[in-house]
Design a protein around this ligand. Structure first.
Ligand code: ATP
Length: 301
């Protein structure tokens, strides 16, 4: 195949409940994921045997590694090794998803690389097979392949279906610089102290709001256990969240481990008003609108 292009969506967590760290240091979570219409685009072209390279353009390209620590390169290398493929791949990623923004941009690129290289090399893996490979690269990779809405347990990689209706209008406010996910989890442990935390659980209020598909019920039910930790590390987020509320956001929260702030609007017109208010506030680096849910990483050519 000459070249293939894949679009891979960002994820948000409508609810994120985090338990106490286990012996291996990982925190068990229960989350409700939604894929949103904010995409990284990944192209894969043939390359000499054994050669996997990447170039990156777009949002935050200067802080994305170009060596074999890049998650898309790791994904392609893992796929090649698993199927004894000797062909190479020249990957190019155009990023729209903010790096280290709590939107799983790296995982989206890994999911994109799995789908793209699978097609480029004519392997023909099923989604389940790619998701299994993806889960060893990052907990959010299986969801970036699946898309839609889903419940994630374990580290977020074990997915199950969620009954959810409706389409949602989101406004995202990007911060000037990213937050490190491990640092946010450490901060959460630090202020929770030795008492730790209860086992993570699904919010029934959020589940029933999603079943009803009503943004007015979903907004107040949005919940993220990592938000207080992200706000402690980046106190300026408090003002951004407050501004969204002031302009009538149905729900406001930090996305994942932050620092991107996420606002649920009532409809498209409201989303435009919110985006304008946030842009002109000078509190954030840039603002984007997105809708969800959307499908997971897909070939577009
Ligand atoms: P996490 O998925 O850990 O919650 P995040 O969604 O906040 O993180 P990402 O955009 O995935 O953030 O970036 C996390 C780190 O992964 C970055 O600091 C970056 O150095 C590294 N990284 C590796 N490959 C990529 C990639 N293809 N795109 C973005 N970041 C990458």
């Amino acid at each position: 195949m000459a070249a293939v292009t894949v679009r891979a969506p960002a994820k948000i967590n409508l609810g994120l409940s985090v338990g106490a760290p286990q012996a291996d240091g990982y925190h068990p979570i229960v989350t409700i994921y939604q894929a949103i219409s904010l995409y990284d685009e990944l192209k894969a072209r043939p390359a000499p045997d054994g050669e996997i390279t990447v170039r990156v353009t777009g949002e935050g390209h200067d802080v994305v590694p170009l060596d074999d620590t890049n998650l898309a390169v790791r994904a392609a290398a893992l796929l090649a090794k698993t199927h004894n493929v000797t062909d190479g791949a020249a990957l190019s990623i155009h990023k729209t998803i903010a790096v280290a923004g709590g939107l799983a941009g790296g995982s989206a690129d890994a999911a994109g690389a799995l789908v793209a290289c699978d097609a480029l090399w004519g392997i023909g893996s099923g989604r389940e097979e790619l998701a299994d490979l993806g889960s060893s690269l990052g907990s959010d990779v299986p969801f970036c392949l699946l898309g839609g809405n889903a419940i994630g347990t374990g580290r977020g990689e074990a997915l199950s279906a969620v009954l959810a209706r409706g389409s949602y209008e989101w406004v995202l406010a990007y911060a000037a610089t990213g937050l490190s996910t491990p640092q946010v989890y450490s901060e959460l442990d630090r202020f929770r102290g030795p008492a730790g935390a209860a086992a993570p659980e699904l919010s029934e209020t959020l589940m029933s709001a999603l079943r009803g598909g009503d943004p007015y019920a979903v907004g107040p039910a949005l919940h993220n256990d990592l938000e207080p930790a992200a706000v402690r590390l980046r106190p300026s987020l408090r003002r951004t969240l407050a501004l969204g509320k002031e302009y009538g956001a149905l729900g406001s929260m930090v996305s994942g481990a932050g620092p991107t702030c996420l606002f649920l609007a009532a409809d498209e017109d409201h989303a435009i008003d919110l985006a304008v208010a946030l842009s002109s506030s000078g509190l954030c680096r840039s603002v984007q609108r997105a809708t969800g849910p959307v499908t997971g990483a897909r070939l577009i050519t």
